[in-house]
Design a protein around this ligand. Structure first.
Ligand code: NAD
Length: 464
């Protein structure tokens, strides 16, 4: 690991920043290669999960990676342009530029839930910015991590892009390398450890973390379409999505209507679960057991639980398929309301006054995503203004992730920094401020020996 890091650093210093053409060629190579490997990738992810819908892999792994490549190739020339900025009257007629430089060697640590997307999309941004990259994918999806390692090794020399596979000890050693930037995607708890390790080297970090993303349903929301979006966002990848709606806040009088529509929508989307290739499994026994425990705890407390199993099938634990489940009005002390769920379980809380919903969100750690459903623009603006979340979608779930021109990232417990599109390019670039003195410059009037001229200049400067 150390040797690869040294080789990347040496290669970076030797070759200097890559040209626009080289970066575009690298990205084209990557984008083209993805297209030829979709089936192998889908098979690796499916084998890691037990069952992972082929369509989900296309929609949520392949498409975002290819879209990032396309968007970046199209706009990279403009992003790389130095930006002219004014120096202000006092320093005229000098000039100033902001120059975007690659930072050097970048580390990327990625999680298991979208193991290709969350490795490749940051890689695209880091390469676009002209860096060398070391990637540490998750040990929980080992076949996919091996696939990624082989895939990238076939495209790039190790001193440009290298994949290091391994578990937490490898991850810890990885996070201690003297990277020029480290992007970590995963849980908040491990994010803390990564930031501590990076702090030793003063390595700047981008942390893409998790948490409980609320979904607020307004009094005037069109429920049928809202529920289609919510069920889609919750059950994609069986809820193992960092920006899945974690829980719903709903007007009290609409609870029965809500439950009926959720049951109907699940039936429509997934008429069966057990052998349905569209319905994804929980990634491993530990996570399956964790979610099952949340439900057992809620049941034991007497909370109303609605399990939606449209085909009334037996779901053997070894398939790790958990049925979509609603938890109605859970107590705040239950794990479903304290922990990020990361599974097909949706707690539903009701409110009487709209402000209660906003207050509830604000009494909890700042979420990665927030969803609002409703037609009233004033209410929508109130939610967006009064709550602080990494990102938000209105009358939809998940899709702010897919819009290349939006920054994607968290705030507070849900993360630090952002990427996607130009924001990714900037995350992995150093913004160097450069002052360009002109031949005729007034700044010499501030040189010593100080005296009458300096006093005159200071009087001018003070007036501004
Ligand atoms: P995780 O924290 O267990 O693992 C993520 C990565 O960190 C893996 O590659 C792992 O090997 C590595 N790692 C583990 N211990 C480490 C250590 N001590 N030092 C350095 N690296 C270490 O997370 P996970 O379970 O794989 O992912 C699920 C979490 O990630 C959820 O909370 C989810 O919300 C969040 N997530 C966030 C985003 C986002 O974009 N913000 C995306 C996906 C997932």
């Amino acid at each position: 690991m150390r040797a690869i890091f040294d080789a990347q650093r040496a290669a970076f210093l030797r070759a200097g920043p890559p040209s626009l053409e080289e970066r575009r060629a690298d990205l084209a190579k990557l984008g083209d290669a993805i297209g030829g490997k979709v089936d192998r990738l889908a098979a690796a992810i499916a084998a890691d999960f037990g069952n992972r819908s082929h369509y989900e892999t296309e929609i949520a792994e392949v498409f975002p990676a290819q879209s990032a490549v396309r968007h970046t190739r199209r706009h990279l020339a403009r992003w790389m342009q130095p930006r002219r900025v004014s120096v202000g009257l006092e320093l005229m007629p000098a000039g100033a530029r902001i120059i975007y430089q690659p930072v050097g060697v970048v580390g990327i640590i990625s999680p298991w839930n979208y193991p290709f997307n969350l490795a490749i999309v940051p890689l695209v941004a880091a390469l676009a910015a002209g860096n060398r990259v070391m990637l540490k994918p998750s040990e929980l999806t080992p076949r996919t991590s091996d696939f990624i390692a082989e895939f990238l090794a076939g495209l790039f020399p190790l001193d440009k892009v290298a994949t290091i596979v391994g578990g937490p000890e490898v991850g810890h050693a990885f996070s201690r390398l003297q990277f020029d930037h480290l992007l970590y995607t995963g849980s908040t708890a491990v994010g803390r450890l990564v930031m501590q390790a990076a702090a030793e080297n003063l390595t700047p970090v981008t942390l893409e973390l998790g948490g409980k993303s609320p979904c607020i349903i307004g009094e005037d929301a069109a429920l049928p379409s809202a529920i289609e979006s919510i069920v889609y966002g919750k059950l994609l990848n069986a809820g193992q999505t960092c920006i899945a709606p974690d829980y719903v806040l709903l007007p009290e009088q609409r609870l029965d209507e809500f439950i009926g529509l959720v049951v109907g929508t699940v039936q429509k989307f997934y008429p069966t679960l057990a052998a349905n290739p569209d319905y994804t499994s929980i990634v491993n026994d530990r996570h399956y057991g964790r979610i099952a425990k949340y439900l057992a705890e809620a049941k034991a407390s007497g909370t109303r639980i609605i399990e939606i199993n449209p085909g009334h099938e037996e779901l053997a634990p070894r398939t790790r398929k958990l049925p979509p489940t609603l938890v109605i009005e859970p107590d705040e002390n239950l794990s479903v309301m304290r922990e990020e769920i990361f599974g097909p379980v949706l707690p539903v809380k009701t409110y009487r006054r709209f402000d209660e919903a906003i207050d509830y969100v604000n009494q909890h750690p700042r979420p990665l995503a927030l969803y609002y459903f409703g037609g009233d623009p004033d209410k929508r603006d109130a939610v967006l203004r009064k709550t602080v979340s990494g990102g938000a979608s209105v009358n939809a779930t998940l899709f702010h992730f897919a819009a290349e021109n939006l920054p994607f990232g968290g705030i507070g417990a849900s993360g630090i920094g952002a990427y996607h599109g130009e924001f990714g390019f900037q995350t992995f670039s150093h913004r160097k401020g450069v002052f360009l003195q002109s031949r005729f410059s007034g700044t010499r009037l501030l040189h010593p020996p100080f005296g009458r001229i300096t006093d005159l200049m200071l009087r001018v400067l003070r007036r501004g």
